[in-house]
Design a binder for this molecule. Structure first.
Ligand SMILES: C[S@@+](CC[C@H](N)C(=O)[O-])C[C@H]1O[C@@H](n2cnc3c(N)ncnc32)[C@H](O)[C@@H]1O
Ligand code: SF4
Length: 405
């Protein structure tokens, strides 16, 4: 959950969708995201919508959150009327969803199933901080119907974790993967961050090797972003820590791609690699502009060409729902042109790329230039598709900007 919200209009108190959106219900994959806004401590780099117990103070209990989130699941069903919308993916993200007791997560999942129906092979992901789970917890999650675990590893090197102000014990994420396997999880993912303060290329190689060594099905590797308002940003500003450098980030991206690909994890989105068939189906839904409802404080939703976002603080969120109102703070109706541009922005980041036919004339000219410069794959280009090469992925943001012109 990024810190700033898009600019949009007000959202109706009852959450009702315009007829144009209701007509499109069921036309695409439907996913549910559940945002759990709690963390034991805040990592220095993170500006997600999440709160420690001290930040929450009184009146923001996890129990109140669970009641409110259950109320939002019921509200979602009312708003979506009787449209048949079986849920093919659920993603509990955060924050740290695994700070909640398993019975609470299980109640939320059962409520989604009761209201919408989970497809028999639904992908049900939960994000975990390595310190927040143990073998018994993971076994209980698996029994409750969770199928995929995504663990925040970030780095295997103690001084890099310290520079990120990250409090977990080195080695614990790898242990979590082994415990998850023992508990019967068939899909396990690790999150890594590169470009942290004091991280050498050898440190990054060691982190990649530690991640690969434990045999994950999926790895997300993100370049460190120095977000405004974080402790990291303050320390960089004071000159205590060095900001990530573009050349170093590029070298580390290339190393990640080489190592992960060599280990049988192919890229399928610029920052995501998986073994064949183990892509995150929920995130693919976002990148393909499918429909999803985001439950929880600050969660974003996208249904039938309408996008909205909830109030951010858990207290205001719970207060709205306890009055029977929608927790949506603002919303926008996407025009056909907005949707076309959004599809290009998101799809170009995938291995499947974008059809050249979807581009405007200026964009098609830019694509020809990018193909000639080796930023788009020549074979795919000849077949009418814009797909980033490895070098193109390093410059993904710039290439995408040119293509949507
Ligand atoms: C919700 S957290 C994952 C679960 C759990 N909260 C944890 O951190 O262990 C999502 C991921 O976003 C990534 N992330 C957050 N802030 C970031 C930043 N400023 N730069 C790069 N990656 C970031 C981290 O890799 C983190 O694991
Ligand atoms: S544990 Fe995860 S969500 Fe919480 S502050 Fe750290 S990176 Fe952000």
């Amino acid at each position: 959950m990024p810190g700033s919200e898009p600019i949009g209009g007000p959202a109706p108190v009852d959450g009702v969708l315009p007829a144009s959106a209701r007509r499109r219900l069921g036309a695409s994959h439907f996913g549910v995201y559940v945002h759990v806004p709690f963390c034991a401590t805040r990592c220095g780099y993170c500006d997600f919508n999440t709160y420690t117990a001290a930040e929450l103070g009184t009146g923001g209990s996890t129990a109140a959150y669970v009641q409110a989130a259950l109320a939002e699941v019921r509200l979602a069903r009312r708003v979506l009327e009787d449209a048949r919308l079986p849920v093919s993916t659920v993603f509990f993200g955060g924050g740290t969803p695994t700070l909640l007791p398993v019975p609470d997560l299980a109640r939320l999942l059962r409520a989604i199933d009761a209201e919408f129906g989970l497809e028999p092979d639904a992908e049900v992901t939960v994000e975990a901080n390595p310190e927040s789970v143990d073998p018994a917890y993971l076994a209980a999650l698996r029994d409750a119907g969770f199928t995929r675990l995504s663990v925040g590893m970030q780095s295997a090197r103690p001084h890099v974790l310290a520079g990120l102000d990250r409090r977990h014990t080195p080695g614990r994420p790898e242990q979590c993967v082994r415990w998850a396997r023992d508990a019967g999880f068939g899909q396990v993912s690790l999150d890594l961050i590169y470009g942290g303060p004091g991280e050498s290329i050898a440190d990054w190689r060691a982190s990649l090797d530690a991640a690969i060594g434990v045999g994950p099905d999926h790895v997300s590797a993100y370049a460190l972003v120095v977000e405004d308002g974080t402790r990291l940003a303050a320390r960089v500003r004071r000159g205590e820590l060095a900001a990530p450098q573009d050349d170093d980030l590029a070298d580390k991206y290339l190393l990640a791609d080489e190592r992960l690909t060599g280990a049988g994890l192919g890229w399928y989105e610029v920052s995501n690699w998986s073994r064949p068939g183990a892509q995150c189906r929920h995130n693919l839904g976002y990148w393909r502009s499918a429909d999803w409802w985001g439950i929880g404080p600050g969660a974003h939703s996208h249904v039938g060409g309408v996008r909205w976002w909830n109030v951010k603080h858990p207290r205001s969120y719970a207060a709205r729902l306890s009055e029977g109102d929608s927790p949506a703070q603002g919303r926008e109706l996407l025009t056909v042109e907005d949707e076309r541009i959004e599809q290009i922005l998101l799809r170009l980041r995938l291995t499947t790329g974008v059809a050249l036919a979807a581009l405007a004339e200026v964009g098609r000219k830019a694509a020809a230039g990018a193909a000639a410069d080796g930023l788009l794959d020549a074979t795919a280009y000849a077949g009418g598709q814009a797909v980033l090469t490895r070098r193109g992925r390093l410059l993904a943001d710039a290439v995408v900007r040119d293509l949507v012109d």
